[in-house]
Design a protein around this ligand. Structure first.
Ligand SMILES: [Zn+2]
Length: 396
C-alpha cells in the first residue's frame, strides 16, 4: 500500500490538499466534537499545522466550532470541531421501474430533503423520465438552498450497466445506450453528474450507515432486476470496466429457464421479485401482500420465498467463496422479505462455503429500506467531499 492511499501525512506537493482531507476525516470520525490538539495527536501533524488547516476548513465552510463542554480540573477547555451541517452537501437521484426519487444529504450524513414520485417508468420515453428526474432534483436543490445547504455534486442511480454517464443496458426500463448524464447538465444542477449502477450506490449507502470503514459485504439489491454491490475492506469494488456486481446473471442451472440477457438459468429467473410473486400466485401484487401472507403462514408464499432464498444462497455462496466477505446484506425489496429469505440463504452458505466453519457468514436486511439507493447516491458525493475537501472549500 502506498502513502497516497492511507490516512497518514505525506511530504509532497499535494501535502496541503492531502492533510486537509486528513484533518476533515479525523473530525468526521469523532462521535463528539474534537479539539485541535486531539486532531494533532490522532494524525501525527503538529499543532501549528493542524491550526492552519482547521482555519482553512472553517473559512471554507466545511467545519464549525462548538463550545467546549464544562470541564473539571485545571486548564482551559478546548473549543471542539464538528462537520458543518450547512456546508457542501450531496444530491442524489434514483430512477427505478416504478419510481423517481431524490435526496440531499449534508456533510454530517443527515438527510435534509427527500422526495419520491411513484409511477411506472417502463412504458415511458427515456427522455421524459430523465426530464422528470431532473425537475425533481431541481426541487430538492431549491429546498436545500432555502435551508442554507448547498449541494456540491450530483449522483444518479440507475438499474443497469453504466459507463461514462451512459446507461448501456437497463433491461427492465427497456433502455439501451441512453445518455443519462446529459439530461442533468442544465437547470442549475451541480455538475458534472456521476451516473452509477443503483446496487453499487446502495452498497455505498450501507457502508456509510454501518459506520465500519473496513467492512466487507455483498449487498444484494432486490428490485425488478437483481443487482449487487461488492464492498471489500471498506471500498466498493466496481470492477476493471465498472460492470461488477451482476449477481442476477450468475448461473444457478445451465439448463434453466431463458433469461432476458439471453443466457439460461440465471439467478434472475429464480429469485427476482416478479418471479417470487408469480410463484406465490400473486402476479403484480405489492410485496407487502406477500409479506403479510408469509407472516400468516400461507404455504404458497412460504414455498416461493424458500425457493428464492435457496437460489440467492447458492449464488451468494459462490460470491463468498470467491471474495471472502463476512456479511450478505439484503436490500431493496429483499429487505422486506428478509425474515423468510435469510434462513434458506444462510443454509446454502453454510453448506457451500468451505471456510464457513472458521469464518461464519451472516445475512441481514439492509439498514435503510427503500431509500437505500438514493441515499447511497447522495452519500457518494459526501464521501467525495470527505476524500478531497480542498476541492469543495467555499471561496473566502
Ligand atoms: Zn441473465
Amino acid at each position: 500500500m502506498t502513502a497516497a492511499t492511507t490516512d497518514v501525512p505525506v511530504r509532497q506537493a499535494s501535502l496541503r490538499t492531502h492533510n486537509l482531507g486528513l484533518v476533515l476525516r479525523q473530525v468526521a470520525a469523532s462521535a463528539e466534537p474534537i479539539s485541535r490538539a486531539d486532531v494533532a495527536a490522532a494524525t501525527g501533524l503538529t499543532k501549528a499545522t493542524v491550526s492552519t488547516l482547521v482555519d482553512e476548513l472553517l473559512g471554507g465552510g466545511l467545519l464549525v466550532e462548538v463550545d467546549p463542554p464544562p470541564r473539571t480540573g485545571s486548564g482551559r477547555p478546548a473549543i471542539g470541531l464538528r462537520l458543518a451541517a450547512k456546508g457542501p452537501a450531496g444530491l442524489g437521484v434514483e430512477i427505478t421501474v416504478d419510481a423517481i426519487a431524490t435526496c440531499v444529504v449534508d456533510l454530517t450524513g443527515a438527510v435534509r430533503v427527500a422526495l419520491r414520485q411513484v409511477a411506472d417508468q417502463r412504458e415511458r420515453e427515456p427522455g421524459a423520465v430523465l426530464a422528470d428526474a431532473a425537475a425533481l432534483a431541481a426541487d430538492a436543490l431549491a429546498t436545500a438552498r432555502s435551508e442554507g445547504v448547498e449541494p456540491a455534486g450530483l449522483a444518479v442511480a440507475v438499474p443497469g450497466l453504466v459507463s461514462d454517464g451512459v446507461v448501456r443496458l437497463a433491461p427492465n426500463l427497456g433502455w439501451r445506450e441512453v445518455n443519462v448524464a446529459a439530461a442533468f447538465t442544465d437547470g442549475g444542477l451541480p455538475g458534472p453528474p456521476s451516473v452509477e449502477n443503483g446496487a453499487s450506490l446502495a452498497a455505498l449507502g450501507e457502508l456509510q450507515a454501518i459506520g465500519d470503514g473496513g467492512a466487507s459485504f455483498l449487498y444484494i439489491n432486490g428490485e425488478a432486476d437483481i443487482g449487487a454491490g461488492v464492498v471489500l475492506n471498506g471500498h466498493l469494488h466496481r470492477g476493471s470496466r465498472g460492470y461488477a456486481g451482476e449477481l442476477g446473471h450468475v448461473t444457478i442451472r445451465p439448463d434453466g429457464p431463458r433469461c432476458r440477457c439471453g443466457a439460461r438459468g440465471c439467478l434472475q429467473t429464480y429469485a427476482s421479485l416478479d418471479v417470487i410473486l408469480a410463484a406465490a400466485g400473486l402476479d403484480g401484487a405489492p410485496l407487502a401482500r406477500l409479506a403479510a401472507l408469509a407472516r400468516a403462514g400461507a404455504h404458497p408464499a412460504l414455498m416461493a420465498l424458500d425457493e428464492a432464498g435457496t437460489a440467492l444462497g447458492v449464488a451468494a455462496a459462490d460470491a463468498v467463496n470467491l471474495l471472502d466477505v463476512e456479511t450478505v446484506v439484503l436490500g431493496g425489496g429483499y429487505a422486506l422479505l428478509a425474515p423468510w429469505l435469510i434462513g434458506p440463504l444462510e443454509r446454502e452458505i453454510a453448506d457451500r462455503v468451505t471456510a464457513h466453519q472458521w469464518a461464519p457468514v451472516t445475512a441481514r436486511a439492509s439498514t435503510h429500506g427503500e431509500s437505500a439507493t438514493v441515499m447511497g447516491a447522495a452519500n457518494s458525493i459526501v464521501r467525495a467531499i470527505h476524500a478531497a475537501p480542498a476541492t469543495y472549500l467555499r471561496p473566502t
